[in-house]
Design a protein. Sequence first.
Length: 95
Amino acid sequence: MKENDFVSIWLEETGNPAIEKLEQLNLEVANKTIEVLAEKNSTENDLAYILDINPDEIKRWFMGRHIFSIKTINEINAALAEIPAKNTKQQAEFQ
């Protein structure tokens, strides 16, 4: 950083609102994904299997360590639609 670089000094002192907003939006995508998985009694492993990715990547998503592209959001949405809702009460009756 240059000594008199006003923009760098300002960003260092105040942060970058655009980056903070992007982080918030990514966290919202992760939280909504977690919520839908919970509603379907599914796990991150179910999602990883459908998306054909390592479950550790899903964990990074849920911890906010991933920036979602529109493509990734669409893939998550399609994968969540593929996961059937599991009715645990009905499953318990049959066991």
